[in-house]
Ligand binder design. Structure first.
Ligand SMILES: CCCCCCCCCC/C=C\CC(=O)SCCNC(=O)CCNC(=O)[C@H](O)C(C)(C)COP(=O)(O)OP(=O)(O)OC[C@H]1O[C@@H](n2cnc3c(N)ncnc32)[C@H](O)[C@@H]1OP(=O)(O)O
Length: 311
């Protein structure tokens, strides 16, 4: 019964041979997975199960064939900022792993220790045309939908700083292991005069609870690893050199749980937010485009960039 969840067809196959098929059929009918749902896509992987076609090297992927654990390393020096190319590569990598029937888990980490991800590339929203920022935002939405809605066990191995978009990536995963020490994580958008969108705010609420999330979001707090652990923003700490190993051990524990039951449970809890973003995608893009291109916001971004450069 517990075969891999690969797409609608294999689910149907699993259902038809299963004694408990009626229960699952009812479940899928009830939840009506949408067109972008990971659970609905049909796999397109090659015979050997590998299909990592990224044309650039900004995202490095390796997979252990025996365990089915893939490691995705962000490789966009100096700070893994999320520019358009990076967002496209991440999304295509997540989708390819999703459709690789031999893949069961992904660990997201940075190729360059000390910085997991510096968030959105601020230059992508500075003095750009409204159309450009709209397209940029859609790329972020699509990347997030593919990671947050993944059937895989997703683990963030946060081996360095993880502000803003770095925190967004971490929050989209199922579990977070962060490097001990002086590194920080959080949604500091308000410090840039930006407002985190509803879907990102909601993941913060879901992970650390309403009061703490409300406060953290309002003040744009960046927390040290210790404080993040205390708040539940990350689940475990490890010395920076051990973050990857600890993540692999943790994934192996998760993989003891049957894939189908785990993935369906995950999807049941994430579906409302996934659906909400799918429904409000255009509205969310328009808000982002209108807000970020406002002159007062552009001036704040400019000041923030100057502060960063002067550091
Ligand atoms: C409803 C209304 C909606 C309105 C709009 C909604 C918008 C919501 C957006 C929600 C999602 C995410 C938002 C973001 O992600 S914004 C980005 C925020 N990021 C940050 O604030 C992090 C800034 N960076 C740092 O703090 C540090 O760089 C670091 C990550 C701690 C690493 O420190 P370091 O000492 O190792 O490196 P540093 O010398 O600072 O940086 C090296 C060079 O890289 C440049 N740089 C750093 N971060 C960014 C970035 N995010 N974008 C572009 N460039 C960046 C930095 O300026 C240095 O450049 P240079 O070498 O001096 O030229």
């Amino acid at each position: 019964m517990y075969s891999f969840i690969l797409g609608n067809e294999s689910i149907k196959m699993a259902l038809s041979v299963s004694a408990g098929g009626r229960v699952w059929r009812k479940f899928f009918k009830t939840f009506n997975f949408g067109p972008n749902s990971a659970l609905k896509r049909f796999p397109t992987c090659t015979a050997n199960g590998r299909l990592y076609s990224s044309s650039s090297d900004n995202v490095l992927v390796s997979k252990d064939e025996k365990s089915g654990i893939a490691t995705v390393r962000m490789n966009n020096p100096p700070v893994n900022s999320l520019n358009s190319a990076m967002l496209v590569s991440l999304r295509s990598c997540f989708e390819e792993l999703e459709n690789d029937k031999s893949c069961r888990a992904l660990i997201l980490t940075s190729q360059k220790p000390k910085v997991f991800c510096a968030g959105l590339d601020i230059l992508e929203i500075y003095r750009k045309s409204p159309d450009y920022v709209a397209q940029f935002w859609e790329k972020l939405q699509d990347m997030w939908l593919s990671l947050y809605g993944s059937r895989l066990v997703t683990m963030a191995a946060i081996n360095g700083h993880s502000p803003a978009g770095g925190c967004l990536l971490s929050l989209a995963c199922d579990y977070r292991i962060m490097a001990e020490g002086k590194f920080t994580i959080g949604l500091n958008e308000t410090q840039l005069d930006l407002v985190a969108p509803f879907w990102l705010r909601q993941t913060m609420v879901d992970v650390i609870g309403y009061r703490q999330a409300e406060m953290a979001l309002m003040i744009g707090a960046l927390y040290t690893s210790n404080k993040a652990l205390q708040l539940g923003l990350v689940d475990k700490l490890a010395p920076i050199e051990d973050v990857q190993t600890v993540a692999e051990e943790e994934v192996k524990n998760w993989l003891k749980i049957p894939d189908q039951a785990r993935a369906i449970t995950k999807m049941a809890s994430r579906k409302p937010l996934l659906d909400e973003l799918r429904k409000r995608k255009q509205e969310d893009i328009q808000t982002f485009r209108d807000e970020t291109t406002r002159e007062s916001v552009q001036i704040s971004i400019q000041q923030y960039l100057e502060k960063l450069k002067a550091k």
